[in-house]
Unconditional design. Sequence first.
Length: 246
Amino acid sequence: MSRLLEVDALHVAYGKVEAVHGVSLSVGGGDIVTVIGPNGAGKTTLLAALMGLLPSRGDIRYDGESLARVEVEMRVARGLCLVPERRELFGAMTVADNIELGAFQRHRVRDRTIAHTRDEVYQRFPRLAERRTQLAATLSGGERQMLALGRAIMSKPRLLMLDEPSLGLAPLIVKEIFSIIASLKSTGVSILLVEQNARAALQVADYGYVLETGEVAMHGESESLANDDRVAAAYLGRAAGEAKRS
């Protein structure tokens, strides 16, 4: 499987404080890769650097080409898309207008398939279709996350980066959101998923990285990580040995 994203020895700092120390990871074409870890581990910082929102040292290669001198806008045009932790919707605008904004780069090049993508988004998220004339600020937490995902899909991403999509959502809604994330794999999009909900993340991902204090502490196939005693005890709420027995 070809590697769509390859990150080698990435360092990211806020002033003199380094938050990410020599992180290396990769995402294959059509794969779901998750990065799990506690608060403050550097997960959000990692995504921000990959999107070009924070300066970094190290090598980031996307589709075989370095992103070292590529601005955020061009990364979006090349198919990178970040859904941030706070979703960052335009609350005073309608659902339909928020959806439309996701395709702003495609409008610039007069892409004639935008309407088709919009129809696909509403088919995938029927609740958004029902609420298309509502203001985004009036939506529930789960609906806002769906809108953030729908808006991201409108950009036709090749690599979709999701930062804590389950944050603040009720368990039933979390299950629905992760089901949607898993279903996106069938569209061919690659997904880099940052999550504190390790259990849900490892269930949908192909491969996982455990980030602790800015460094990769462990990595491997998701099933292998889910059955590892250290991961089970630290992130899945199970005692050592219990993972292998269950």
